[in-house]
Design a protein around this ligand. Structure first.
Ligand code: ZN
Ligand code: ZN
Length: 365
């Protein structure tokens, strides 16, 4: 279903005319077809790397098959996989700290959790969610394969970048939760779940994505911003842990400025933002897995007919074509669709045309 010729034709169509690229989309296709790997010798001594960074690297390192080419899935349609189990998976991490706090507030009504005390269980479950999402998607990548795997396996993290990525991951995860507390925690309020939460999650994703879209598109079109963003694009075929591969300046923008705009724009409270943060990190990680499936979301039925739904393939193509990559949204394709910057899909396109509900579900054996 995917061929090099088709990839080249599609790639040349997606290069925006206004963008001066470091290399053309055709060059990108050729480059990706060649197995060029930066040294990654750290993988052999990963168990000797201590501390939190060693832990991050051990979690982020996938099984060898993930990094290898395979033609096993090349001619098969992208399967539609029901993602109810993914929702259940995420909620297993959202609920426990809220439940602990809710029980505590019922039993000891005058004991209000200090932000530092509350931070511990919330940060623990947030980091556990990130780690187990990475592992979960490693398994899916073996089961369903990854996009473009007939030409290239997933990228290794190079010796040059591995410690930096691990540091970035630790900062990213901890400060996401610090930010959440700083913006919205009120110790006098007991945990509640809003009946409007599904709509709030969607609204937050669209608002966050608008801020991210503006920043991300600028990164690809303004040279000095590209110099910052190019660190994230070191991976042409990223793995889940590379969702947080970035240069430090980019981390500051994505960690603080972009989410702050969304937090301030919505004014949601802590018990809205906590589940939203969990859904966001889950989406960011699986969006970098390249797993060759289509997960319809709760909003897909509403979004598919005008092309506003985001598929795993969209961000995978974004990485594959480097600076010329389009589809700048990270949570949705709403803004790409409105501003005409959707990259043409190479494998998942049929679902965008006829809609996920009308495609017979298939599972790769
Ligand atoms: Zn980018
Ligand atoms: Zn990315």
């Amino acid at each position: 279903m995917n061929s090099t010729a088709h990839a080249k034709q599609t790639a040349s169509e997606v290069v925006p005319e206004t963008v001066s690229t470091h290399f053309s989309a055709e060059d990108a296709a050729k480059r990706n077809a060649v197995e060029r790997r930066a040294p990654h010798t750290w993988e052999q001594r990963v168990n000797e790397i201590g501390g939190l960074r060693g832990l991050v690297l051990r979690v982020g390192l996938g099984p060898p098959e993930m990094y290898a080419k395979s033609t096993k899935w090349a001619d098969q349609p992208v399967p539609v996989v029901n993602n109810i189990s993914e929702h259940i998976f995420v909620w297993k991490f959202i609920i426990p700290p809220m439940l602990m706090q809710w029980i505590s507030y019922k039993v000891f009504p005058d004991l209000h959790w200090h932000p530092v005390a509350a931070f511990v269980p919330y940060a623990f479950f947030f980091i556990l969610l990130a780690a187990l999402t990475i592992k979960r998607f490693h398994n899916y990548m073996l089961e369903y394969g990854t996009f473009d795997q007939e030409n290239r396996g997933r990228d290794h993290i190079s010796d040059k970048r591995h410690m930096r990525l691990a540091t970035g991951a630790v900062i990213f995860l901890i400060f996401r939760v610090v930010g959440l507390f700083a913006y919205s925690y009120d110790r006098t309020v007991a945990p509640t779940l809003s009946v409007w939460l599904p709509l709030k999650i969607f609204a937050f994703e669209v608002i966050l994505d608008y801020a991210f879209y503006c920043y991300h598109r600028s990164c690809h079109q303004v040279k000095w911003l590209w110099n910052i963003h190019s660190g994230h694009h070191a991976a042409k075929h990223p793995t889940p842990v590379q969702a947080i591969q970035a240069d430090s300046f980019q981390e500051v923008i994505e960690l603080f400025i972009v989410p702050t705009i969304a937090y301030l724009s919505t004014g949601f409270d802590f018990f809205d933002l906590w589940p939203i943060s969990c859904v966001l990190i889950f989406t960011e990680i699986y969006g970098h897995s390249g797993v060759r499936v289509y997960f319809p979301t709760l909003a897909s039925s509403f979004l598919w007919w005008w092309g506003g739904e985001l598929c795993v393939e969209d961000h995978d193509l974004h990485h594959r074509y480097g600076r010329s990559g389009q589809s700048y949204g990270k949570q949705t394709r709403v803004w790409d669709s409105i501003f005409g910057t959707c990259a043409e899909r190479e494998d998942t396109e049929e679902y965008a045309i006829i809609g996920p509900k009308r495609v017979k579900k298939q599972k790769v054996a």
